[in-house]
Structure formats: C-alpha cells, structure tokens
Design a protein around this ligand. Structure first.
Ligand SMILES: Nc1ncnc2c1ncn2[C@@H]1O[C@H](COP(=O)(O)OP(=O)(O)OP(=O)(O)O)[C@@H](O)[C@H]1O
Ligand SMILES: [Mg+2]
Length: 390
C-alpha cells in the first residue's frame, strides 16, 4: 500500500503531476486512486472527464475522486455542529453562524484527507495519489494529536459519563443544551478518523510526499519551507518535482535570460533537496490535458522507474531541547568523515561535507538562536543552537 501526496504552491502543476503519476501507476498494473480536495474540480479538467465525489473510472485500473469537503464535513461533523449551534444559541450567540464558530482553519481539508484513511482500510487500492495543497494549518493539525486533543477538550468539557448522570437533572433546572450520546459518538469518531489518517500519513513505508515547484525564487523558497516543516512534523518527503523547465531546444533570445535564471534556481534546488529524488518536467508547448498527454508527462517524469517506489529514503531531522539549548539533529547516513562544516546563513543552516552540501531552511523557532556547536556521530549530525537572542 502506498500513498503519494503531491503538494506545492498554487499553479505549479500539482494536479498535472498527480494525474500523470496515478496514470503511470495504473498502467503498471497497480489498482490506483487519484483524489483531489480542490473544489475547483481541476482533476476532472486534467483528465478532461467529469469526476464526482465517489470514485469514478478514468481508464481500467485508475479511479478518480473529487472530494466534496463540505459534504464530508456535514456527514461527519454535523451532529456536533448542531449541538454547538444550540449551545451558542442558548448562550446568546445566535447571530454568529455555527459554521463560523466550529470550522477551524483547515478542517474541511482535514476531512478530505480523512477519506484517505477509509480507502487504506478498505484495501480497494494499491496506490492512492492525493492532489493536495495543504495549508500550514492542516499540516499542523494533522501532525499534532495534542492539538486535536485540545480541541476535543474545549468542545467536550464534560466527560461523557458525567453528562449521562447530570443531563436529566440539569435539563430540568436549566435550559442549557447538553450533549447527547450521539454528539459524543460523532466527536469520538472524528478524533479516531484524524488519528487514523495521521498514522497513515506519517508512516514513511506507506506515505511519501512529493514537492512540486517551478524554477522561480518565491516558489523554490516556499517548497524549501514546506520541506522543513513536513520533516519536522514527521512526514517523509521522497522527491522534488521541478516543473516547466524551458528545454534546451528553445533558442529564442527572448527566453535566453529565462533559461539562465532557471539554471541558477535549479542549482539551489539541487543543493536544498540533495537527499531527495529529483524529477524533472519540461515546459511543454501546450497544456497537458487528457489521458494521452498525461501519459507523456508520466513517461518524462519517471522514465523506466516505478512511480510508486520510495524515491529516496527520507532524510529525517528532528529537534530536541537540551537545557536552554535546542539540538537540531540531521541524518547524514552516507557521511563517514568528520570534516563537516556547518554554517549559518540568514535563516538557513548549510552543512558541507566534502562535495556534499545540504542547506536546510530553519524553522521559525530556531531563527533567533545562534549555532554554538556541531558534532557528527554514527551518521547523525547534531547542531546545537544556543539560548535565544534577546
Ligand atoms: N510542464 C508543463 N507544460 C505545459 N503546461 C503545463 C505544464 N505543467 C502544467 N501545465 C499546465 O498548467 C496549468 C496548471 O497546472 P495544474 O492545474 O497542474 O497546477 P496546480 O498546481 O494543480 O494548480 P492549482 O494550485 O490551481 O491547483 C494546467 O493547464 C496544466 O495543463
Ligand atoms: Mg490543482
């Protein structure tokens, strides 16, 4: 079972890459599902086929699904929301719509992702490709069961058994609506689903994220930040997908400068994602819409390789507190010599070992700390950050 998350900034080619990856996977004989959470129905547009909320067949062995996040939200969360609406209404907050109060940022996306968990459980597919543009909020929610736990506590301040006992009493003396069993069940169901999807997505044997980007400064910068945060949150990223590379065959002087700019950014990409598989896709001379063209895209992206393979062992890194200091641990599995050079350059840490160079964008929490030491031991590099600058 494999889950491939295709992610990246708006417009970089996520849907195209997701569709082409899924098509190639199905052509190799894997039962494949490609799903999208984009309300704009762009997955259907990419295949030039109408796709709905239930999986529909695109070609033999390939199914496509465009998730209606709002519908999922209603069906899984509706009971809870209705209760909260009653509660807020009782509290005099009726002018605020229940939706506004209950749907925290990223929640609809979260429900769409929860669908992945159902498909994994059903064992109907060998490969699930997700065309997703997760917001920072979604990633955070998914990564931290603690955060969800916090929400659950806020929404369900009373233990279920307590509610059972006091409900009949309380409802006699006051009109405050108390949550019924159905509300607790819905809340618990929600929590379990999210827990389940978190487990699936953070298992590197199952899930790999692929970062799609174009060779533009802002786009590369954003992809690097996403890489850092996915790593910190425990998701395995296995490839960088560089899309819209202007081919060498384009000799028009107008594009000469563009090609120079692109090759500069490509160097940055090669350094920043050195541990990942690098998939390249040229800028075609037309939009790549429909099954035939997407097949070409898939061939160009993966060549003879199996798109469902793990294209790189994830290069995990982690942070831990040591007293007042924070240690950033970066795995450098192929490095044996101890001539490691670690420098800080603006908000990046750059690790050089011989010809190997890796640059990592620092998470916000480390920006105001200076590097005070580094040590390489058993394929792990510990970079120590001192106390926070005032
Ligand atoms: N390498 C390429 N050559 C030519 N056209 C491309 C290429 N990659 C993508 N396109 C076209 O660019 C358009 C946008 O691509 P796509 O929809 O895949 O981007 P996206 O990242 O999913 O966008 P969004 O963030 O809006 O979901 C589509 O019309 C697609 O056919
Ligand atoms: Mg898209």
């Amino acid at each position: 079972m494999r889950v491939l998350l295709i992610t990246g900034k708006g417009g970089v080619g996520k849907t195209t890459v997701a569709a082409a990856t899924a098509l190639r996977s199905a052509d190799l004989g894997y039962r494949t599902l490609v799903m999208s959470t984009d309300p704009a129905h762009s997955l259907g547009d990419a295949f030039a086929l109408p796709l709905g909320d239930d999986p529909g067949e695109v070609v033999p062995g390939l199914f496509g699904q465009q998730i209606d996040a709002q519908r999922r939200l209603d069906s899984h969360w509706g009971t809870v929301r209705d209760y909260l609406a009653d509660l807020f209404d009782w509290g005099g907050a009726s002018s605020i719509s229940a939706e506004e109060l209950v749907v925290f940022p990223g929640m609809d996306e979260l429900f769409a992702l929860a669908e992945v968990q159902d498909h994994v459980a059903s064992e109907a597919y060998d490969v699930i490709v997700v065309d997703c543009a997760p917001t920072a909020e979604t990633l955070r929610l998914l990564s931290l069961p603690d955060v969800l736990g916090w929400y659950m506590d806020k929404l369900f301040p009373m233990e279920r058994r307590v509610a059972k006992v006091i409900r009949p009493v309380l409802s006699k003396v006051m009109s405050m609506p108390l949550p019924g069993d159905d509300v607790f069940e819905a809340g618990e169901g929600f929590y379990e689903r999210i827990e389940g999807v978190r487990r699936v997505l953070s298992d590197p044997d199952i899930t790999s994220a692929r970062l799609v980007m174009n060779l533009e400064k802002m786009v590369v910068a954003e992809a690097r930040r996403t890489y850092t945060y996915l790593g910190l949150f425990g998701y395995a990223v296995d490839a960088a997908v560089v899309n819209r590379i202007i081919p060498d065959a384009v000799t028009d002087p107008y594009f000469k400068r563009w090609r120079e700019v692109q090759s500069e950014h490509l160097e940055t990409v090669e350094g920043a994602f050195a541990d990942l598989g690098l998939l390249k896709l040229r800028l075609f001379d037309e939009e790549m819409i429909g099954v035939d063209k997407l097949r070409l895209v898939g061939e160009e992206l993966y060549g003879e390789d199996d798109p469902t393979d793990r294209l790189a062992e994830s290069a995990p890194f982690s942070m831990r507190d040591e007293g007042d200091e924070v240690v950033l641990q970066i795995s450098l599995p192929f490095v044996e010599r101890t001539e490691v050079d670690v420098i800080r350059h603006h908000d990046e840490v750059i690790v050089t070992v011989g010809s190997y160079r890796r640059a990592l964008v620092l998470p916000d929490s480390l920006r105001r700390r200076q590097i005070v030491g580094a040590r390489l031991k058993e394929g792990m590099l510990d970079v120590r950050f001192g106390v926070k600058d005032e």
